[in-house]
Ligand binder design. Structure first.
Ligand code: UDP
Ligand code: MG
Length: 246
């Protein structure tokens, strides 16, 4: 039976992760069940070419809290997140990768840090990726902060807790997931960062390298610079007493 009114939605973009899905769901559900609040898990299959979709369908028997949505064509991680946001019903949304690099055991700490803020973003404490990824991330974070004028320690970490209401004002584009904390701040929302665990990818392959991540991410910084000047943080227009309380 599906809980009618989940308070927490966990959104997971999935692209060719067939061998990660069973251990991911087993580990995740064990943690979230302990929170003692209704939840849903939304896996967005981004037109995988392996068996991810059928593995997810099977997992629905075991975990009735699981909802599976499938893209008709591969659209990328940001699109996966955006589809999940559009379908999520919880007041809060956790985003995480499907590859088990994020540790569900950090979810209680994300929730704990959410008092009086609109988003809690992870900073990977000890990054378990290769040298190329770690270096390109360092360069990208430095450049991004310089151009966008924001300070986000680890924009590439997509393990986050987000207030669903706040996401309504965020523009969706391919690459959005790297700028989500900055986009939220530009709309006037409060974002904090906390350290999270990071683990090596054991199964499946990373979908990103220098070519399809770093250079595009650097170019996108200039779009954010433009957005910073032109965005309309609607919250600032409403009288103080009508601003929804956190
Ligand atoms: N992903 C997706 N569509 C894509 C590429 C990636 O849904 O076109 C998912 C992928 O399955 C994973 C998450 O996005 O859950 C992050 O991808 P990945 O782990 O490869 O990135 P990395 O951690 O290496 O930066
Ligand atoms: Mg990963």
């Amino acid at each position: 039976m599906m809980p009618s009114d989940p308070t927490l939605s966990i959104v997971i973009p999935v692209y060719n992760e067939q061998d990660n899905l069973v251990p991911l769901l087993d580990e995740l559900v064990a943690v979230v069940q302990e929170l003692d609040q209704p939840f849903e898990i939304i896996c967005v299959d981004d037109a995988s070419t392996d068996n991810s979709f059928s593995v997810l369908q099977d997992l629905k028997q075991k975990y009735p809290q699981l909802r599976v949505i499938q893209h008709a064509v591969n659209c990328g991680e940001s699109a996966g997140q955006a589809t999940g946001f559009a379908h999520a019903r919880g007041r809060w949304i956790v985003t995480m990768d499907a590859d088990q690099q994020n540790d569900p055991a950090d979810i209680p700490a994300l929730l704990e840090a959410s008092r009086h803020v609109d988003a809690v973003c992870g900073i990977r404490r000890r990054r378990e990726d290769n040298w190329v990824k770690r270096t390109s991330s360092k360069v990208a974070n430095g450049f991004r902060n310089k151009v966008t004028g924001d300070v986000i320690a680890d924009a590439g970490c997509t393990f986050r807790l987000l207030k669903r209401e706040a996401l309504r004002e965020i523009p969706v584009f391919n690459g959005m997931h790297r700028f989500l904390p900055t986009l939220l701040r530009l709309q006037g929302f409060k974002v904090v960062e906390i350290p999270v665990n990071h683990r090596p990818r054991i199964r499946g392959e990373s979908k990103y390298g220098i070519g399809n991540r770093m250079f595009r991410g650097l170019v996108d910084c200039f779009a954010i610079l433009w957005w910073r000047k032109r965005c309309l943080p609607t919250r600032r227009f409403v009288p103080e007493d009508e601003v929804p309380s956190p």
